[in-house]
Design a protein around this ligand. Structure first.
Ligand SMILES: [Zn+2]
Length: 368
């Protein structure tokens, strides 16, 4: 049987390189791409081929560059950021390998090409390094607001990180100091220096909620009461923005990915651009936790790469990063969103972006 060619098109067609096309298409024969190009060019070359509209976008597999798989069973929450943190703590027993396994299954079902995961427990890291076939980075979370414990926490973590690094395969090992306000200054510095020397990629939640910024700049807001309740030692906040604070500590650099980066001004973005940081944005989580919107235009102006993530199922209804982009569709240039969901994600994770070319199997083409 001879296979009849079809022309697939979408609002945006992105081949994984070059500029995403607004009137692009793929010539598809059977299960493979036979040709790529502008829609008119393809129609001209194959005038009898039927044209199939495939929705919003045709792209290489998307990347979920920031999630917490082991929070997969956390009930979905909307409300204030600080109450979300209480919600996470209250459901601590729902975490673990079984939840992470369900999260990974969801990513695989969605056809995700790679992922960045924050790992809160050693057994989840052990399991991901042993069982996960999907490429990505598992960042071991570090929390420790008490500066007097920085040395012990760091010395306890170091040998485990080095042992995990030896087991790297498709999943690589990274480190995630949780946030500027939950990791003491000496621990932040130790972890950052170690990550740089040993080549561990880093993700940090930074400038997520307005309350975080208020706490660091003015020592006010909901974090003050929360820290008292949690018996977190009193810490003199630095009086500068979260990004400026991390830059002053020497934490930022090209191996560092800022997660969220919502509550930033242009000076913060300039600092991130100069230090070579990348950003992962989680728009639905930011909206649901009243954290605000990423200043996309400013990031674009300063050439900072922005990828997309869903964050956990606790603050996102699913782990589908396409839905993050579609959430902003019509408000931003769709070519920007398509790139953020693919190429920028691969770059955050240190991976090559798969290309759609002649011969690419359709399993490697996602229609949104
Ligand atoms: Zn997160």
């Amino acid at each position: 049987m001879k296979l009849e060619p079809e022309i697939w098109t979408a609002e945006v067609v992105y081949l994984g390189f070059g500029t995403p096309m607004l009137r692009g298409g793929l010539l598809v024969v059977g299960e493979h791409v036979a040709m790529t190009g502008g829609l008119e060019e393809l129609r001209h070359a194959y005038p009898s081929a039927p044209i199939r509209a495939k929705g919003k976008a045709l792209t290489p597999p998307v990347v979920n560059a920031h999630t917490h798989l082991d929070l997969w069973r956390l009930p979905y929450f909307r409300g204030r950021y600080i109450d979300f943190i209480r919600h996470v703590i209250a459901h601590g027993s729902a975490r673990g390998v079984e939840a992470a396994r369900q999260g990974l299954e969801e990513l695989q079902r969605l056809g995700v090409g790679a992922f960045g995961d924050i790992v809160a427990r050693d057994e989840v890291m052990d399991w991901l390094l042993g069982a996960c076939e999907l490429p990505g980075i598992a960042y071991r979370e570090v929390i420790g607001p008490d500066p007097s414990k920085a040395g012990d926490i760091f010395e306890g973590l170091k040998p485990r990180l080095l042992a995990w690094k030896k087991r790297e395969g498709r999943v690589r090992v990274g480190i995630s100091p949780h946030a500027p306000h939950t990791v003491s200054p000496p621990l932040l510095q130790k972890v950052a220096e170690f990550a740089r020397l040993e080549g561990f990629p880093v993700q940090i939640h930074v400038a997520e909620s307005p309350d975080e910024r208020e706490y660091l700049e003015r020592a006010q807001g909901s974090f003050v009461e929360f820290n008292q309740q949690m018996k977190i030692p009193v810490w003199k906040p630095p009086g500068v923005s979260p990004v400026q604070y991390l830059a002053d500590l020497g934490v930022l650099g090209s191996g560092v990915t800022v997660v969220h980066g919502v509550q930033v001004d242009e000076n913060d973005i300039r600092i991130m651009a100069q230090s070579g940081c990348r950003v992962v944005s989680c728009p639905r989580s930011n909206e649901g936790l009243a954290c605000g919107e990423l200043p996309w235009a400013l990031y674009l102006k300063h050439g900072v790469e922005v990828a997309l993530g869903t964050d956990s199922r606790g603050s996102s209804p699913d782990l589908d990063v396409k839905n993050e982009a579609l959430h902003l569709w019509g408000r931003l240039d769709p070519r920007l969103l398509v790139r953020a969901a693919t190429r920028s994600g691969y770059r955050v994770l240190g991976l090559e972006t798969p290309r759609i070319t002649r011969g690419t199997h359709l399993s490697q083409v996602q229609s949104w």
